[in-house]
Structure formats: C-alpha cells, structure tokens
Design a protein around this ligand. Sequence first.
Ligand SMILES: [Zn+2]
Length: 404
Amino acid sequence: MEVSIMGQSSLYTFTGNPFVDAGIWAICEWSGKKKPEKIDLKDLSELSRDVVHIYLTSEWAKSLYSVFPNNAVTNPSVKNKDQKLLESLEQLIGQIELLDGGGESGNCIACGRHDVQEIRTKTEIPLIGSGTLINFFPYGQPGADYCPSCTLAVQFSPLVFYACGKLLLLHSNSEKVMHYWAEKAIKDIQKQISANSYRGCFDEGYKNPVNALFHIIEDIILQYEERWVEENPSISMYHFTNYNQGPDLDIYRVPTPVFRFLAFVKQSEQFSEWMKIVRRGYFNWDKIKEGDEYKNKGNSVYINLLKGHSIVKYFLDNKARQVYGDWQLLEYYLTEVRNMSAKRLDTLKKVGDSISDYIKDTQNIKRLNQLEMASNFATFRNLLQYFANFHLLINEAVRYLYMG
Ligand SMILES: [Zn+2]
C-alpha cells in the first residue's frame, strides 16, 4: 500500500466498484495525476469547483437526471444550486479529512479501506435503490455503506460517462484501457469548456450500446500504440439509467479473446477486410444511406462476438463466392476466439489442401457440396464426417485455400 508524505494512507486506490473507479479515473485525468494514490485534497477541491460550473450548464444538468436524481442540480426546489452543490461536495471533502489516516480496513462496501460516516442513497450513488427499496439492504437500512471518499469519487464519475441513449460506463482491470478511455472523455469536456459550448456527457451519436462498445474498444486499439495483443484485459460495460421513474441496467462483458482478436486485426493489416466482415453483420447494410445511420443498427457480428457465438459465416459470401480477410485472420479467430485446437485446425487445413489439389488436378470447379458426394472420395468423406460439426467451416476453409 502506498503511503503519502503526510504519513497517512492514500485517499484512493482502485476498488473494483465501477462507479467509484470511474470517478477515481476522472480525478486522475483531470488533475494530471498518474496514479490514484497521488490524489490529494487539493485536487478534490479544485475539481469540485470545476464540476459545479460544468454540471450546472443546462446540457449537463439534463444528463445528471439519470445519474443523481434529487441532488442539488436536479431537484427543482433547490435554490442557489451552484452554492448548494459546492457545499455538498465540500462537506464530503471535510469528511474525508477526518478519515483515520492509518486505517487500511474499514466498512465501506466499495473500497473496504475507509469507514462509513453516513449511509448513502440513490441521490448520491446510482442504482443502489433506497427509499422504498429498503429490502435491498441488510437490516432494512435506508441506503448503502459508502465512505466519504468513494461517495465523492462517484460524484465525479459522469465526467467519464458516455452518452448512448442511456449512459454508458466502462470498467476494466486494464489501466491502459481505462486511462485512454478516461483521457478521451475528459478531453471532450475540456473542449466543451474552451468552446463554451456544453453538450453533456461524451457523445459520439451512438444509441446502440453494443456498437458503441466495439467502437470505443476499436478506437482505443487503433489510436494508441501499445502491445494490445498482450494486454488481456477484462472489460465490462454498464448501460444504465438511475432515472427516478425507472432505474435500469444492462451489463455487457467483452470476452478477453475477443479483445485479443481485435488487437490482432489491427496488427495483421487486415483491418479493411475486417471492416467488410463487420459491415456484413449489419442487417440490410445496403439500405443504410446516411453516414451515421449504421451507429444505431443492430450488428450480428458484434452481438455474436459478445455472446460467444460463431461469426465464421461472415467471412464468406456464398452467393457472391467472395471471401473476406485472409486465412491467417480466420485461423486466428478459430484458435483464439473459438478455441479450436491446433491439431484440429491442422487437419482442417490438410483436408482443405487436399480437396483444393483435387479440384486443381481435375480442373473441376464444381461446388464443394457435390465434391463431398463423390464416391472416389471415401477418405475425405470419412474425414468430413468426423468433422460433421465443422462441415460449414471446412467448406469455407477450402474456399479460402482454393480462391486465395
Ligand atoms: Zn470507500
């Protein structure tokens, strides 16, 4: 555990709680501190003053209805909103100052390091219920046990949310992913400030959360040079609203092999081919005319990747007899994402090679389904039967080898 120069334990370390960690990232990026352990009280005071200005602009206030219902910004009966909001943030900072410096264990359910001073409600912490939903909490208490420093961090979390119909919150164990993500969101807000034109949470026009998630990940991989294939992050995305009349939450998890595959796509110089494959996942792509319309159309390539279903059929257009990407791309997908063993892949390739040779030798470019029926192909038939489940796959592999 890092210790500050004051001899006290640090105010923040990452907690694993997505809302608290989002807030910690917002503080880090805003203050230019590289690590949460470096955050000090001065950073918190400065950011508090800055967010009062930002949150009270009408566009941000609109976003905040679905984050902090009934707080100083969103409760219409509160007068002097700027003063009230600053007071509530400063009160939390005051409570942080009182935290026991030596404490490395406390009863906060987010960090487990600091003690709780007051029970928190959904006005301060999204999605915890409270009020009439008291059954959610032990002993029927009217809120949740968050310490002041975690509660304060959550107040800053909207700075790194993403507008997507509801709001989107990204959470990853990869500090690289989170750093680049938070940096992008904060830069967007800083642009809003310097242009004096406020738009609310970072918004790139997406309403479809799955498309947004892949856009965010692909953007990070493409824009920043890192050894992403080796990063192996787990990434979760929370698509939520804490709106008073109907709080709601959908959680999406990106399988680590899918992230690795996307990173590989970038390295393999197959990116434009990959984009063609992705495009085939949009329902009625041909009818998408407007430049940004695709952002909100469901995409079955992305959906299948998240669900762990195969996307092999999108590598091949049967009708047009066209393949997308090279064998290496398909091979990587089959090995990394579909977990196909090297042995099985090798057999698959051998079958494909042999059939391909046969076609070349006989100059017979008939459909492969017919080929399977050929009686002098007993050996291959046995193999194909052995791989019955991979029947489609074999066809596709063969076409790759033959056409590529
Ligand atoms: Zn805490």
